[in-house]
Write a protein of this length. Structure first.
Length: 91
């Protein structure tokens, strides 16, 4: 089954989000950022030059930079192509 092309849509702005219902404080020692499946294969379904993809990448970069500045681990699982390269000794 093929994934159909996905259309651009606007992400909600802060004022449009539901209010936070918890008052948790971020503990960098118990926190990790997981960036998962931001691979060309999946992103390509949004088409080339899609503003949504650019916004998503910028948001990921901003969150990752915040985590780096605050000693929060970032976990980026290797893609299948990276796993193949590692298994074949290219990485």
């Amino acid at each position: 089954m093929t994934i159909p092309k996905l259309n651009h849509y606007s992400l909600p702005r802060a004022a449009e989000l539901a209010p936070n219902r918890v008052d948790w404080q971020l503990d960098p020692q118990r926190t990790a950022l997981l960036i998962h499946d931001v691979q060309h294969y999946f992103v390509s379904f949004y088409g080339t030059d899609n503003p949504l993809v650019q916004t998503m990448i910028e948001n990921i970069q901003r969150i990752k930079a915040y985590c780096y500045q605050h000693d929060i681990r970032s976990i980026i699982p290797p893609s299948r192509s990276n796993k193949v390269a590692m298994n074949e000794g290219y990485c």
